[in-house]
Design a protein around this ligand. Structure first.
Ligand SMILES: Nc1ncnc2c1ncn2[C@@H]1O[C@H](COP(=O)(O)OP(=O)(O)OP(=O)(O)O)[C@@H](O)[C@H]1O
Ligand SMILES: [Mg+2]
Length: 263
């Protein structure tokens, strides 16, 4: 089914400096090369919720963008048996920064990916997903009328309404206050249990990864390679206080990431 296979993946960016026109004419700009990902081999199983961790700037967003088909890469990647060669409507991306269209209402933003459906069916789907993220009553609001948490929930509705096979989420809880963060965390886990789709989520929050993931993957600093991949066979709902093994793993991961004590 929708397994994701990554073999020998590498990614290098070439950053061209902006040079004065006279120099450009001499063809001097070759650019600085930055190797971001190196020899990555990974497998994600169909329906798995995998959390990707790693230091800032190591290439987590880059890896996610490559999987979503937004970037060129070298190596081999296939999703559901098809080699990744560009974006696909089956794979939906929730960006690190708010990506709702500001000139459209919540309803219009959510309807973007299902404009091909008949009006009645489309409206029913929009209603269903707006209810799921508890944004009833805000359908006709514009993004700048929403709080940070509401924006994130609207984005989730926009992503899920398409019924994607795979969901890529890049730090989806950025900018949420503590309570909204906890609530969204729970919502994503429930939603994952309910719809059973593959979710690959980048986070810098170790607790998110341990509470939510079926598995965690930790990347090293740049150029990123896989430092650890660990299955999380802990029952849900998870709680560090009542699950000593989970708490032990948490301390080990803090240590691995260079922090001597878990906060
Ligand atoms: N479009 C681009 N062009 C050139 N370099 C880029 C581009 N996008 C990212 N990079 C570089 O690739 C490296 C990895 O960036 P990336 O955004 O993937 O990191 P990240 O792990 O998601 O970091 P963070 O946790 O801070 O979001 C960085 O050094 C960045 O400067
Ligand atoms: Mg990032």
């Amino acid at each position: 089914m929708g397994d994701i296979i990554i073999r020998n993946l590498a990614k290098e960016y070439v950053n061209h400096r902006i040079l004065p026109r006279v120099k450009l004419n001499k063809g001097a700009a070759s650019g600085d090369r930055v190797l971001v990902l190196d020899s990555i081999d990974l497998d994600f199983k169909d329906g798995e919720l995998v959390c990707l961790l790693g230091p800032s700037g190591c290439g987590k967003s880059t890896l996610l963008r490559i999987l979503a088909g937004f970037e060129f890469y070298s190596g081999f990647i296939s999703i559901d048996g098809k080699q990744v060669q560009g974006p696909s409507p089956d794979h939906i991306f929730v960006f690190q920064h708010n990506a709702l269209l500001p000139w459209m209402t919540v309803r219009e933003n959510v309807s973007l990916g299902i404009r091909h459906l008949k009006k009645k069916q489309r409206n029913a789907r929009i209603r269903e997903y707006i209810e799921m993220v508890e944004l009833e009553g805000f359908e006709d609001h514009y993004p700048h009328h929403l709080s940070g948490g509401m924006l994130r929930r609207a984005e989730l509705a926009r992503a899920l309404v398409v019924n994607p096979e795979t969901l890529f989420m890049d730090e989806p809880f950025t900018g949420l206050d503590f309570l909204a963060h906890m609530k969204m965390r729970e919502e994503v886990v429930n939603m994952h249990e309910f719809i059973g789709k593959t979710i690959i989520m980048v986070t810098h929050d170790i607790d998110d990864a341990l509470i939510m993931g079926d598995r965690i993957v930790i990347l090293s600093g740049r150029p990123a390679h896989v430092k650890l991949t660990q299955k999380l066979d802990f029952s849900r709902p998870r709680d560090f206080r009542n699950q000593p093994e989970l708490n032990k793993l948490r301390n080990e991961i803090f240590l691995m990431l260079g922090v001597n004590y878990a906060v």
